[in-house]
Design a binder for this molecule. Structure first.
Ligand SMILES: [Zn+2]
Length: 281
C-alpha cells in the first residue's frame, strides 16, 4: 500500500507553534507573579543548592529524600529535626584563613569537613508551602497514554513506571533512551510528562547535555511538551508555573524559539499516529 507523503509539520504548523508559544509566554508571565509561587520561591531560596557530588552522596544514603537541609536551616523554616533522625553526610567546604605575604587576611587553603543534612520526612513543624498541582485525569488520557508509550517504545525509547522517583520528580530522562515516569500521577499529567522527557531524549542527549544550561533544557523540553499537548488537546495547567520556577520569561522563550519549533515539529512527526487519532475523533 502506498500512502501520500506526510506534509512537513514545520511548514504546516509554524504559525500554530508560534501562537502557542505566545500564549505560553502570557501564561508564564502571569504564573511568575502569583502569590503561590512567590511564597514557594521564598522558601525554596533557603534550601542550599548542593553540588553534583553532594547530590550523589544524598541519593546514595537516602534515595527517597525530597527536600534536604541542615539542622539550623530547618529551624529557620519553623521545623525541628525529629529526635533520633539519622543525618545524611555531605562534604562542606571549610576555608582556612591566614595571611598573605603582604599581611592581608585571605583564604589560604580549602579543606572539606563532613556535615549533616536531614530529609523533610525527618522533620516536624510548620508545613512547607507547596505549589498547587492540577490533575488532568480521564479515560481519554488513559488511552492516549497507552498509545504514546507504545509509539515511544516503537521509536526506541524505554519507558518505565515507578512509584517513586528521585527528588520526587514526575519524570526522568537519562539521555540514553530511558525514561522513568511517576506511576501514581494522573494519566493526563503523565502524557505531558512523557512528552517532556521525550523532548529531552531527542534534544538533550546525555553526551551533549552539558552544552545546555538547566534553564535552557527545561524551557525547551517543557515548551515542546506544551505545544505537542495543544495538538493532542491535553490541558497543560501546570506548565506556566513549571517554567516560572525556572525563571523562564518571554525573552527566554524567544531566545529558545528555534530549538522549540524544531523540537515540536520532530516530536509531532514521531507521534503522528496519535495526532491522527485525535484529529479523527
Ligand atoms: Zn526536564
Amino acid at each position: 500500500m502506498t500512502t501520500a507523503p506526510r506534509p512537513n509539520p514545520t511548514a504546516d504548523n509554524l504559525a500554530k507553534i508560534d501562537a502557542w508559544i505566545q500564549r505560553l509566554a502570557d501564561e508564564t508571565d502571569h504564573a511568575a507573579h502569583s502569590a503561590d509561587l512567590t511564597r514557594y520561591l521564598q522558601t525554596v531560596s533557603r534550601f542550599y543548592s548542593y553540588s553534583a557530588h553532594n547530590c550523589a552522596l544524598i541519593a546514595l544514603q537516602c534515595p527517597d529524600a525530597t527536600r534536604v537541609a541542615g539542622y539550623r536551616a530547618w529551624q529557620a523554616l519553623g521545623r525541628q529535626v525529629t529526635k533520633g533522625a539519622k543525618g545524611i553526610a555531605i562534604l562542606c567546604p571549610a576555608p582556612i584563613k591566614g595571611k598573605t605575604d603582604a599581611g592581608d587576611d585571605a583564604v589560604i587553603a580549602l579543606r572539606f569537613r563532613t556535615g549533616y543534612v536531614f530529609d523533610v520526612a525527618d522533620t516536624d513543624g510548620v508545613p512547607l508551602p507547596a505549589l498547587t498541582v492540577h490533575a488532568v485525569a480521564g479515560e481519554r488520557y488513559d488511552a492516549l497514554l497507552r498509545q504514546l508509550v507504545e509509539i515511544a517504545e516503537r521509536r526506541g525509547l524505554r519507558v518505565s513506571f515507578k512509584d517513586r522517583l528521585l527528588w520526587d520528580a514526575n519524570g526522568v530522562s537519562y539521555g540514553d533512551g530511558r525514561i522513568d515516569l511517576k506511576a501514581t500521577n494522573p494519566a493526563g499529567n503523565l502524557c505531558k510528562t512523557l512528552c517532556h522527557e521525550w523532548a529531552h531524549e531527542r534534544v538533550h542527549r546525555a553526551e551533549d547535555r552539558h552544552t545546555f544550561t538547566t534553564q535552557q533544557a527545561e524551557c525547551q523540553a517543557e515548551s515542546i511538551a506544551y505545544c505537542v499537548c495543544q495538538a493532542l488537546a491535553i490541558p497543560t495547567p501546570n506548565t506556566p508555573t513549571y517554567l516560572a520556577l525556572y525563571k523562564v520569561s518571554r525573552a527566554t522563550l524567544a531566545a529558545n524559539l528555534d530549538a522549540i519549533r524544531a523540537g515540536v515539529a520532530a516530536l509531532m512527526q514521531e507521534i503522528a499516529p496519535a495526532l491522527d487519532a485525535v484529529r479523527a475523533a
